[in-house]
Design a protein. Structure first.
Length: 291
């Protein structure tokens, strides 16, 4: 298990080192940022710290480890987690979240005050819990205890234990607790979830719009580069462009005859046909014989 852990941490460290090397050798000389250099450096430090922590654990057999810090940090530097975090942790979203929290806190304090007012002096026996007598005012002897009881009943699944003593003695109190549970367990929780989910969806839409805008600009920039300022791209230049793209490891391979047939069907490679060509060459194509 320790060997597998070291191998996994070494692979993560190697990945961040490759990103840092790629940035220094290829993109820094042309003043382009392919990766966020700060995130890459932080990832290298966290991965190296995780490797050193595991090595120290093997050599010293210490019971205290810091690996939870490094691995939590590695999780937070991944792009998906960053997207979710920055989409949710915005000033506008936090403002809505705080507003819902203030209303929720005010509701809890109000029902705590009502509970203390109604049940503080109710020392009647509600029921027996084993050999222990449970009084009707359990959890509502003072405002501080009532606030804690209301909080537990509103945010956890232990609301039955909180409200049962008063309900067993005064059945009409069930209506009040039902209203409170509807507000706390249903309304406010749904408001919080709706706020967070809507913020994430809005951030995802903005990110998709930015990606599509950058994507279209990249295709037009490629057209300007390949056409050398003219209004059309020649067929030879288009074939060379596609052949160069196919050398990329993750790009689908294209048969040269299929490329000629596609260019023949497109006709003059204007800006619009160039965009259609760029969209088409991202998919794998092959030739088949007719029936």
């Amino acid at each position: 298990a320790l060997l597998a852990e070291l191998i996994m941490e070494g692979v993560i460290l190697w990945k961040y080192m490759l990103e840092h090397t790629l940035e220094l050798r290829h993109f820094a000389p042309i003043s382009e940022d392919y990766h966020d250099t700060l995130i890459t450096k932080v990832g290298c430090v966290l991965a190296l710290g995780s490797v050193l922590d595991t090595a120290m654990f093997v050599m010293l057999e210490s019971s205290f480890r810091l690996t939870f810090i490094f691995r939590t940090g590695l999780i937070f530097v991944t792009p998906c987690v960053q997207h979710v975090f920055f989409d949710i942790c915005k000033s506008s979203v936090m403002g809505e979240f705080i507003s819902v929290g203030v209303f929720f806190l005010g509701t809890m304090l109000f029902f705590a005050w009502v509970g203390v007012t109604l049940f503080r002096d109710s020392s009647q026996l509600s029921y027996m819990e084993g050999e222990t007598a449970v009084l009707a005012n359990k959890g509502f002897e003072s405002l501080s205890e009532a606030s804690y009881s209301i909080f537990v009943g509103g945010v956890t699944h232990d609301f039955i234990d909180v409200f049962l003593p008063s309900f067993a003695q005064f059945h009409a109190s069930g209506l009040m607790w039902m209203v409170y549970l509807l507000l706390s367990q249903v309304l406010f929780k749904n408001l919080v979830m709706d706020t967070l989910i809507s913020a994430y969806l809005k951030g995802a839409e903005q990110e998709e719009e930015a990606y599509n805008k950058q994507y279209s600009q990249s295709m037009l920039s490629a057209f300007e580069c390949v056409s050398d300022g003219s209004q059309e791209v020649t067929q030879d230049d288009a074939e060379y462009f596609i052949a160069t793209l196919c050398k990329s490891p993750r790009w689908p391979t294209f048969d040269q005859q299929a490329v000629r047939l596609i260019l023949q069907e497109l006709g003059p490679i204007t800006r619009q046909n160039w965009i259609n060509l760029c969209l088409l060459v991202q998919n794998e194509c092959w030739l088949t014989k007719r029936g």
